[in-house]
Ligand binder design. Structure first.
Ligand SMILES: [Zn+2]
Length: 293
């Protein structure tokens, strides 16, 4: 199959995943099953990634048949590639059987969907749900509106935390309308060029991911934000007092005030033991403190 055609297939599969129309993927999968594939084709078309994403999405959404079909297609490709490797990389007519040992060997070489969202430490687990990852990307984009203001690593951590908070808030389903609406309203408010206060409050930890997840749209957008900021700042100062100057030196964070990178951080359990730790950061250059959890 020519690469261009395969790429077209890949983008069609991806579209179905994006729209969560997993049930409509049957025909595409059947068509793909007829085709022979090589490692080069697989890698340059990214078809392996999208079919694997389809498999996961369909599985999560209860389309077990599509998930099984995707799985068998991936298996077929693995077998084909194992065989190609035996033949010095030349694509040959597909054999149905290949030793399981060879398949095991090929497993490592086969590109699979990589959902490892960038994260700092182990506080945020990457998700296996492509639509959730997409939401994280959206939020990340919104937080990046003022370019270079915050460290990308930190932004993606915050985006993941916000998404996770909204996800948890709405009964842990990314197909829930409330979840989607909430992501959408956080996204549009966060990226609002006229509302840098919201971004700053979130990035500085004055408004935690959990607080943001439960805020009403009018609280994010209007004067009410000012009132909330006052209240939350007070709470944040109280929290700060718990953090001592002692901390671990790091250049992972950028100070919002002086843009310095020489900071120390301390992690504390500020709430109940089963909730995530709060990280307090102290800028050694200007004394600025902020926190996130
Ligand atoms: Zn500073």
């Amino acid at each position: 199959m020519p690469l261009e055609e395969l790429k077209r297939y890949a983008s069609q599969v991806k579209k179905l995943c994006d729209k969560e129309k997993y049930g409509d993927a049957g025909q595409l999968l059947n068509a793909l099953k007829e085709e022979k594939i090589t490692k080069e084709l697989l890698e340059s078309s990214k078809i392996g990634h999208v079919v694997n994403a389809l498999r996961k999405g369909a599985q999560n959404a209860g389309h077990t048949e599509i998930a099984a079909q995707s799985k068998s297609l991936i298996k077929q490709w693995k077998a084909q590639m194992a065989q190609n490797a035996d033949n010095g990389g030349t694509p040959k007519v597909q054999k149905t059987e290949s030793s399981s040992q060879k398949r095991e060997k090929e497993k490592e070489k086969l590109p699979v969907a990589n959902d490892s969202s960038p994260n700092l430490g182990a506080s945020i687990q990457p998700t296996s749900d492509p639509s959730r990852n997409k939401c994280r990307e959206l939020l990340q984009k919104a937080l990046m509106v003022d370019k270079d203001k915050y460290q990308p690593q930190f932004v993606s951590l915050m985006a993941a935390k916000i998404e996770e908070a909204i996800f948890t808030f709405h009964g842990c389903s990314s197909s829930d309308t409330k979840y989607r609406n909430k992501i959408r309203s956080r996204y549009s408010n966060l990226k609002d060029a006229k509302n840098p206060e919201l971004r700053d409050s979130v990035m500085s930890g004055i408004i935690s991911a959990e607080k943001l997840a439960s805020m009403k749209p009018e609280e994010m957008a209007s004067k009410q934000l000012q009132e909330l900021r006052k209240k939350f700042t007070k709470e944040a100062i109280n929290d700060h007092q718990m953090a001592q100057n002692e901390g671990t030196k790091t250049d992972m964070f950028t100070c919002g005030k002086c843009k310095g990178k020489e900071c120390t951080y301390t992690q504390l359990q500020t709430r109940s033991a089963d909730e995530p730790m709060t990280t307090f950061v102290y800028c050694m250059s200007c004394g600025n403190r902020w926190k996130f959890c």
